[in-house]
Design a protein around this ligand. Structure first.
Ligand code: GLU
Length: 500
């Protein structure tokens, strides 16, 4: 007898998605959700899907959509299916999927899981006001819940306006959250919620999200904790439609230092704000990864390869994650200092141009010089936007140079500075023109030693003369970057100023 061959089992391919609504700026919360889902998908060798929840037509904007797509792409959170890239499970905009929702409404209606609620908004307000008065929280059950199918249809056919509500059954919903473990919600706490708005309006989030996740074969959903209350409603739809739900994990809220939900009140919240301030991309991603996840409790600086390799939703913390701006800035500095001078020059260039210090064409023309210049101040930068203030002295003439009060005070501290600077200028002017900055530096120290002058007595005023700043890169590097003639001009200018 021939034994039946077992049918080949198709391995379940992990399918992960994010479903942002284009209603505002690209919030860091969205970026964190996108990053965790992306890492989850990449770790599981699955597919990462981007879907746009745009049924809230009044609040959606084209600008917001464009900013989301551009922002996620800038973060390198590439999606395998979604807007621009397409895929087999499209369309990836909800407004293009309205027919698919209607089909599911019919199925739910046939199964008796939803009903028409003819009550007016005023009637519902009165009901809620009544509950409030009684200080009792009772889940909403529509007055027309038990209307016979025939009577309900008759009123609808007669043109009466209605919303479609889900008929919450008795009992409770339990599920295992990837992050939070066992979650239970008694159904007495869930309203008969609206799936289709009154007057043939748009379907609502809790319904469309299930239809889409089902249609797109989504196996795993990581989203913000604010959605935890929605999950039982969504699970009841899966149950009503006889479909297998994805696994869910709810990520901790991003909190400000005041332990309240991160908002404008506690500081900048959008990706654009941090890009405009010159935070390196790697630092933004690394910082977001730390919002609810840790590598080993010690290592704070890690690459996205390491994040993907080690990411496990079960290790995400349950408690709210405090957004610490000081740590973010520190991390930015770590990343920035890890760049090569050429990379850093590339990243600082737009900030230098925006400040009006130079044009891109000019910088490209003397690129090697610009890279050296950036390399000289690298240690002092934490953000790309810090570059212009350090670079200012190199983009002005000796005449335009601004002396910071602290620098000038230092230059005036010692007696005989004018003569010393004069003598140094003469000495410098006589050095071989092809001498490198290190050799000049060594020779200058010897020269000072021979004259019995302390290093600081020359270096402090010299720094002021060259840059007008109290601190900065190595002085001889600066002379090289400015050019010897320009340096001599600046020394002369300070001598005159001190004499006044
Ligand atoms: N549009 C919802 C949001 O951006 C999607 C939530 C979900 O992932 O289910 O919060």
């Amino acid at each position: 007898m021939l034994l039946a061959q077992p049918s080949p089992v198709t391995p379940l391919i992990m399918r992960v998605r994010i479903a942002p609504s284009p209603t505002g700026s690209v919030h860091l919360g969205l970026c964190r959700t996108a990053l965790f889902n992306w890492a989850h998908a990449r770790h599981g060798k699955g597919t990462f899907v981007l879907r746009i929840e745009d049924t809230d037509v009044e609040r959606n904007t084209k600008d917001s959509l464009a900013a989301i797509l551009e922002g996620l792409r800038w973060l390198d959170l590439d999606w395998d299916e979604g807007p621009d890239v397409g895929g087999e499970h499209g369309p990836y905009f909800q407004t293009e999927r309205l027919d698919t929702y209607r089909a599911q409404v019919e199925r739910l209606q046939d199964g008796g899981h939803i009903y028409r609620d003819f009550s007016t908004p005023e009637e519902q307000d009165a009901w809620h006001a009544e509950q409030e008065k009684r200080k009792q929280r009772v889940a909403y059950r529509g007055a027309d819940r038990d209307l016979s199918a025939a009577a309900s249809k008759e009123r609808a056919d007669a043109g009466e306006s209605f919303a479609m509500r889900f008929r919450i059954p008795e009992g409770e919903t339990q599920f295992t959250d990837l992050v939070r473990g066992q979650v239970t919600l008694p159904h007495t706490e869930i309203d008969d919620w609206v799936l289709m708005r009154r007057g043939g309006g748009m379907p609502t989030y809790n319904f469309t999200v299930v239809c889409d996740d089902m249609a797109m074969g989504i196996t795993s959903v990581l989203r913000g904790e604010e959605h935890l209350v929605n999950t039982p409603k969504q699970l009841l739809i899966y149950q009503a439609l006889g479909a297998e739900p994805p696994e869910f994990g709810h990520l901790p809220l991003l909190l400000g230092k005041d332990r309240r939900k991160l908002s404008k009140r506690s500081g900048d919240t959008s990706l654009g704000d941090y890009r405009a301030k010159g935070y390196p991309k790697g630092a933004i991603l690394n910082f977001l990864a730390l919002q609810g996840w840790a590598l080993d409790g010690e290592t704070e600086v890690f690459s996205m390869e390491t994040f993907v390799e080690n990411f496990d939703a079960a290790q995400v913390s349950k408690g709210g994650s405090i957004f610490d701006p000081d740590k973010f800035l520190w991390l930015a500095g770590e990343y920035l200092r890890g760049e090569t001078p050429a990379e850093l020059a590339e990243h600082c260039l737009p900030f230098v141009v925006a400040e009006g210090q130079s044009s891109e064409a000019d910088l490209r023309e003397r690129w090697d010089w610009f890279v050296q210049l950036i390399g000289a101040v690298q240690e002092r930068l934490s953000l790309y936007s810090h570059a212009p203030s350090w670079l200012a002295p190199y983009f002005v003439s000796a005449e335009e140079l601004i002396y910071e009060p602290k620098a000038e005070k230092g230059a005036r501290k010692h007696e005989g500075t004018g003569e010393l600077l004069g003598a140094f200028g003469e000495w410098l002017g006589a050095r071989p023109t092809d001498e490198d900055s290190e050799a000049t530096s060594t020779a200058a120290k010897e020269w000072l030693g021979e004259r019995g002058v302390k290093i600081g007595a020359l270096f402090q005023p010299l720094r002021c003369a060259l840059s007008g700043q109290p601190g900065g890169p190595d002085l001889f590097l600066m002379i090289g970057l400015l050019g010897r003639q320009e340096a001599l001009l600046r020394i002369q200018k300070l001598i005159e100023r001190l004499a006044q």
